[in-house]
Design a protein around this ligand. Sequence first.
Ligand code: SF4
Length: 426
Amino acid sequence: MPEQESPQRLPTMEEIRQRGYTILIPTMLPTHFKIMEGILRSYGYRAVLLENAGEGVVEYGLKYVHNDTCYPALLVIGQLLSAIESGQYDKDKLALLITQTGGGCRASNYIRLLRKALLKAGYGQIPVLSLNVSGLERDHALKMTPDLAARMLFAALCGDLLMLLRNQVKPYETEPGAAEALEARWVEKLAGGLSKGRRLRYRDIKGWYRQIVRDFQALPVQGARKVRVGIVGEIFVKFSPLGNNELEKFLAGENAEVVMPGLIDFCMYCAHSSMTDARLFGMKRAKGLVFALALAALEKMQKDLISIIRAESRFDPPTPFAHVEKLAETVISPGAKMGEGWLLTGEMIELIEQGVRNIVCVQPFGCLPNHIVGKGMMKPLKERYPEANIVAVDYDAGATRINQENRIKLMLSNAARPEEPETVTI
Ligand code: SF4
């Protein structure tokens, strides 16, 4: 059935900026998105990162989205609708921003679902904007100039670094809250440092990496190494506390150290997927070439970050993307590129190889791609790595938090402790 159109002309992106519309952004990666929110504000967009959560969000999602839609779509749309109805914003000067991956799964089509939900709720006048690098929704996409794209990219790299270090320091900090407080200070500093008009030099970015690593290294820590638990899965449910019922917090409360591959790996995977389209599926070669160059640049940046972490600290750096790709290829084709595709399987192997044998694979309801590359790959992985302790946890509107936590507790009761407990005092 054709999508019902909004009866009125919606403002363009430029009009939205000039007229001072508030642009609501759903929660996914609180650290990264806070820096990005600051960058968007420096470009004149009144961006607001949403923090509303709770049952109201799910209720709105269930009310306005068909219940066979994948759970992240339901949550994202529910969070936006719940914010609109909160009364906090002027509904006639409001816009909504969502990301589109440009891949073949429903993440590229949330925008249609959201527009449909807005019409149904009587908010057809609210424009929906897209954040993508695939040329989708040209009239209502955030204009990704090279300058803005570079700043967003560095926000993603710095966000990954902050997340990685916070997760490695927090379980051992002697002063409770010190790692999170340092992270918050850096988020603010980076939002300012990456804002429009500030000179953007790669050597300054590397200087920030170095300083961030030194600051985390200087936080006092103590105690024997805790059980490390990896989190993999569909991108929204993996990263968003709204999607995974604050999984990181729960694991910290269970005395575990959380290990989570970063956002930049997903960006590299998206570039890699465009190359695969050209190589395996005969799609545009020129596009494949552009993404090959982009991937090479990202890999170089990741390598620089890894070298700085190694040179400056005791922390475990991320695994290079090319290595994850090689690991994944041993069990799954690079042509498996719907949802998180082969990357999800690769991340599980990467974690096991790093000694992180306990893994929570988060699986949203209605997500066929990730059930195949996540749950579906557990058997071959367990055969190859019998020591692996992997649990698949389902997230959906009907699943209770207590059931999810009980499954994880059961997994933790089988958790393999490090053979030789290390002490991380300084
Ligand atoms: S990966 Fe799964 S959950 Fe995410 S948009 Fe695609 S189908 Fe939905």
